[in-house]
Design a binder for this molecule. Structure first.
Ligand code: GDP
Length: 298
């Protein structure tokens, strides 16, 4: 599958290490756990998630009276899966009148993800409008216009440099007039200036509260998997200024750092809802922990 193909490097990075731990030890002792810990951290699973996974594994090993390392591999896989629970209603916005903000720093794949998400929803016969509220970058408006042509989703845009809140206002008006299901908003992520960013997001919030308070809200942060642990610090920063409800993890194709999908969810308890595995419209997939972990280990 495309997912399995895309995760080849992550799989090589994590699984080959884990396999050598399981085959290199004949008993489950502190050295075994230390080696496993190092392997998971090297695989970008993160310190917090790794500790939780190992605590969990140790309990399971005790409970099941397991003596042989080879016999606890499946328990490890189960523990990793348990760290990535989506919770209920993860995709509620797809089936309601909703407004979805895509937030994140430049270059992570926000505009592309808005386009792919539009394609995914259009395939479910939803009426979709895209708001080109990244007015900071002229290319973002052009890119989104191309995605509109490609997917058939409507786009509302103003000129470069215009007020993002005004674009959102126009887009909401269009949603009401055209009875749209989902409004997808591209935004500019200028984390360098946190105060401006906060003010911009607040202004947008006020418009939404005033004009579209009955719409279901979803704030998705877009993170680039190839940036590894940097993605975690971006999430930390954005989570300070706004209420993040989910994650789109892009560029999972071809990176060895796919393990951060585990790290992020364990550390923040915010679910990864979609992953990007390429640049085309079909390259956005719903995240499923079973499928993900199986693609890594099978
Ligand atoms: P933005 O600045 O956050 O809006 O980022 P863009 O949407 O412009 O994307 C930046 C670059 O990353 C573009 O060249 C995209 O085609 C590419 N990109 C986005 N998502 C993915 C993905 O899942 N996989 C790959 N390989 N490239 C991606």
């Amino acid at each position: 599958s495309k997912l399995k193909e895309g995760l080849t490097k992550t799989r090589d990075n994590i699984v080959s290490g884990i396999d050598s731990v399981f085959s290199g030890f004949s008993s489950i002792d502190d050295d075994f756990y230390d080696e496993l810990e190092e392997t998971l951290i090297m695989g970008d699973i993160g310190v917090v998630a790794t500790e939780e996974i190992l605590d969990d594994l140790k309990n399971k090993v005790k409970e099941n009276k397991i003596k042989n390392p080879a016999d606890c591999k499946q328990l490890l896989i189960d523990s990793i899966k348990e760290k990535m629970n989506l919770g209920e209603n993860a995709y509620e916005f797809e089936n309601r009148k909703s407004i979805v903000m895509l937030i994140g720093v430049n270059g992570v794949g926000k505009t592309t993800s808005v386009g792919k998400l539009a394609g995914l929803l259009k395939a479910q016969n939803k009426k979709v409008i895209m708001a080109a509220a990244d007015t900071f970058r002229a290319a973002a408006i052009e890119q989104l216009t191309e995605w509109s042509n490609r997917t058939g989703a409507d786009i509302i845009a103003q000129s470069e440099g215009s007020d993002p809140a005004a674009v959102i206002y126009d887009s909401i008006a269009a949603c009401k007039a055209r009875k749209a299901d989902v409004l997808l908003c591209d935004t500019a992520g200028r984390l360098q200036n946190k105060k401006n960013l906060m003010e911009e997001l607040r202004k947008i919030d006020r418009v939404i509260e005033r004009e579209y308070s009955d719409a279901y809200r979803e704030n998705l942060i877009v993170l680039d998997a190839t940036t590894g642990q940097n993605a975690l610090s971006q999430l930390r920063e954005f989570n300070d200024v706004t209420n993040i409800t989910g994650i789109i993890l892009t560029k999972m194709d071809g990176t060895a750092k796919g393990g951060i999908a585990v790290a992020i969810q364990a550390e923040f308890g915010i679910p990864v809802k979609y992953i990007g595995v390429g640049e085309k419209v079909e390259d956005l997939q719903k995240f499923d922990s079973d499928t993900f972990v199986n693609a890594l280990f099978d």
